[in-house]
Ligand binder design. Structure first.
Ligand code: G3P
Ligand code: CA
Length: 241
């Protein structure tokens, strides 16, 4: 079972920052999950919320800020500033770093609340520019985004993200749309759902697995990956099995 660091090592470091990604890599985890959005001037940036209020010391929406403006805010605000100044990274900065890492990147396309024009194309362009095609999975709650990415890059795996409690007959659904992976929330996930995916050859990567009982359960059910804020703990436990 693979371990993905959710927004980097977000259990201990400011989420979706290069610091959290570096610290995740040091845990020996298998992959990193991150979220991408577009700034006003069309830069793909790594940030979870549509607004910067929760995770930085600034305010406003990503879509209304240029990248030059956005990178002036401190993304360590979410940790009370204990790590000093930590900027919101561009996705290009992440790609430059990731090309030299033995990690799979699960790129969540954040088009569920605001539909950014060209986010899928721009993200793919950077993946190709840095030769990351064999080291990424595209995922989204907005399945039209991954359908579009399948049209543009059928060779790159896609994961259908579902909120709790997931989707009945998800294996069939993913197979039908040529999604290689199903990414359900852990709450409400059942063995039947995992078995259904197995029947159609669909990989199951579960989020957000932050406690031991959930980790043990999804391992027992044969899930293929967990996405966790605590990659170090998960990786150590999986290696002990
Ligand atoms: O990709 C899994 C997980 O990150 C989805 O939820 O809200 O953390 O982006 P969220
Ligand atoms: Ca995410």
């Amino acid at each position: 079972m693979k371990v993905f660091a959710h927004r980097g090592y977000s259990g201990r470091y400011p989420e979706n920052t290069m610091l959290a990604f570096q610290k995740a890599a040091e845990t020996g985890c298998d992959g990193i999950e991150l979220d991408v959005q577009l700034t006003k001037d069309g830069t793909v940036v790594v940030i979870h919320d549509e607004s910067i209020d929760r995770t930085t010391d600034g305010a406003g929406f990503v879509k209304d800020l240029t990248y030059e403006e956005l990178k002036e805010f401190n993304a360590d605000a979410v940790c009370g500033g204990i790590h000093g100044f930590v900027p919101v990274p561009s996705f290009e900065e992440y790609c430059k770093w990731a090309k030299d890492q033995e990690l799979v990147t699960n790129i969540e396309i954040k088009t569920g609340v605001y539909y950014y024009e060209g986010l899928e194309e721009k993200t793919l362009e950077l993946v190709r520019k840095y030769g990351l095609e064999k080291k990424v999975i595209f995922s989204s709650f907005n399945h039209t985004s991954i359908i579009r990415l399948k049209e543009l890059a059928p060779e790159i795996p896609c994961g259908a993200l579902l909120d709790h409690p997931g989707l009945g007959n998800a294996g069939y659904y993913c197979d039908r749309y040529h999604f290689e992976c199903y990414h359900p929330g852990v709450k409400g996930l059942t063995k039947e759902a995992v078995d259904n995916c197995r029947k159609y050859g669909i990989l199951v990567n579960v989020w957000t697995v932050n406690d031991m009982s959930a980790l043990e359960q999804v391992y027992e059910w044969g899930c293929d990956g967990v996405i966790s804020n605590f990659p170090e703990v998960c990786k150590r436990w999986v290696q002990s099995k």
